[in-house]
Design a protein around this ligand. Structure first.
Ligand SMILES: [Zn+2]
Length: 95
């Protein structure tokens, strides 16, 4: 979605008629002044927290990057441990 926003120079927000907005976004923004381009976003830590709380449905994907990194590390370890055993098994099968 972000790539589409970068390649398409138009605002693209859904208008009240249902069509994408055809105005140009503000400089260094993705939306025009009518569709959130003037927004500064949350300024305080408390504000950021409120936004996060409002957009969280169940928390299943909270910290998913860290969880996935840990998972990948363990899978890599399993692979590392199993590699010599698999080679050994293949060697025994050749006999
Ligand atoms: Zn717009």
């Amino acid at each position: 979605m972000k790539e589409a926003a970068l390649t398409n120079p138009l605002c693209g927000a859904k208008t009240r008629s249902g069509k994408p907005c055809e105005k140009f976004p503000l400089a260094s923004k993705r939306r025009c002044r009518l569709h959130g381009g003037l927004s500064t976003g949350p300024k305080t830590v408390e504000g950021r927290g409120r936004i996060a709380a409002a957009n969280t449905k169940h928390g299943r994907y909270v910290n998913w990057r860290e969880k996935r990194a840990k998972e990948k590390y363990y899978l890599g370890e399993i692979k590392r441990v199993m590699q010599p055993l698999r080679a050994l098994k293949l060697k025994n099968l050749e006999r």
